[in-house]
Design a protein around this ligand. Structure first.
Ligand SMILES: Nc1ncnc2c1ncn2[C@@H]1O[C@H](COP(=O)(O)OP(=O)(O)OP(=O)(O)O)[C@@H](O)[C@H]1O
Length: 352
């Protein structure tokens, strides 16, 4: 078993609290991303799991055993970090073979594993080169190949694809997913790129200001954000937030009012995904003033306002809406997230 339990980890740098009691369990063979904006504490958490940083309090268990106090190399994990430290005095082949040599693997295994990892990362043609003859993206792929070559039980990665161009990133993403799934590797992956996290992960832990705000499958965090921060951080365009009055437990939205969760006060925030609407005639639909209509090919992107609040909405490209139009929108009640204006948290009814 190679599950990871992060138990109430705190980390302060002087008076600054970088992690404010983070708990998270990653199951054996699971791929979990730590996703969040710059400075939210993702790298700090990963470094604590790796043993490169000490926590102020809390525990980390790998395979049921506490690893606090163990050296990084005693923790039975492989890692790839942003600064992809490859050894400059070794060829690419020897770099990829490094972990296997440490394990005293025999010649045939070293060769087979290096070949497999190099093939996967498309670096076969550079095996005889030294790292100073490689681009940043190629060096990064060597670092990933070196980690994969040992077929680790636990793999920690911090933005390992950040130096690759968009197309290669997409390709690597798909290949990483396939290989890690096949190997059953337990993986923690740090990224600030929500598309990457959505595409790769079994579950995503969304972090903000040293706290995990939500842990869930990509579909759940997208459809049922626990907080306004999560809804705004995930999705492109981000979730729309429209503050509306609540009258007798209902919210007006065109001619069919919506029933608000009973916990709401006088006002509530409707969290609305851009694509969770349909065109409807006025006054049946909720009125939207369209400022700009952009035909994107695959869809029509509308930027404008509802109740004088900015929104972005996505319609099928077959619809004809022009800049300056006033349109009606029918909202899908099952796809609305109801959020408290005070706490920014969603009401339970929205996540049912
Ligand atoms: N050694 C340190 N001393 C003081 N503050 C630190 C130290 N390391 C990190 N921090 C602070 O802790 C916070 C979290 O940093 P961390 O590197 O974990 O963020 P991150 O989410 O990984 O961001 P990024 O995506 O930019 O790498 C930041 O505000 C950072 O400035």
């Amino acid at each position: 078993m190679a599950n990871i339990v992060i138990d109430r980890i705190r980390k302060s740098f002087g008076t600054f609290e970088a992690l404010k009691e983070v708990s998270l369990t990653i199951n054996d063979g699971e791929f979990v991303s730590l996703l969040g904006p710059s400075g939210c504490g993702k790298t700090t958490l990963l470094r604590i799991i790796a043993g490169l940083e000490t926590s102020t309090s809390g525990d980390v268990l790998i395979g049921g055993k506490s690893v606090i106090g163990l050296q990084p190399k005693e923790r039975g994990l492989a890692m790839v970090f942003q600064n992809y430290a490859v050894f400059p005095h070794m060829t690419v082949y020897e770099n990829v073979a490094f972990g296997l040599r440490m394990q005293k693997a025999d010649y045939a295994r070293v060769n087979a594993q290096v070949e497999k990892a190099a093939g996967l990362l498309h670096i076969e043609q550079y095996l005889d080169r030294y790292p100073n003859k490689l681009s940043g993206g190629q060096r990064q792929r060597v670092a990933v190949a070196r980690a994969l070559a040992v077929e680790p039980k636990v793999l920690l990665m911090d933005e390992p694809l950040s130096n690759l161009d968009a197309l290669l990133r997409l390709e690597m993403r798909a290949e990483l997913k396939t290989v890690l799934q096949a190997a059953g590797t337990t993986t923690i992956y740090v990224t600030h790129d929500q598309t990457e996290a959505m595409g790769l992960s079994d579950r995503i832990a969304v972090m903000h200001d040293g706290v995990v705000e939500q842990v869930g499958t990509p579909v759940d965090v997208y459809n049922y954000p626990a907080t306004r921060f999560v809804g705004g951080f995930i999705g492109n365009p981000p979730m729309n937030f429209i503050k509306v009055p609540v009258t007798n437990g209902q919210v007006a939205a065109g001619s069919e009012p919506l029933t608000a969760p009973k916990e709401t006060g006088k006002e509530v925030i409707l969290g609305l995904r851009g694509e969770a609407v349909q065109l409807a005639p006025l006054p049946l639909g909720l009125e939207m003033k369209v400022r700009v209509a952009e035909p994107m090919g695959s869809h029509l992107l509308l930027t404008g306002s509802i109740h004088d609040q900015p929104v972005r909405v996505i319609l099928p490209s077959s619809e004809t809406v022009r800049s300056g139009d006033v349109i009606g929108l029918k909202l899908d009640p099952n796809r609305i997230t109801w959020l408290s204006p005070e706490s920014g948290k969603s009401f339970p009814a929205a996540t049912a």
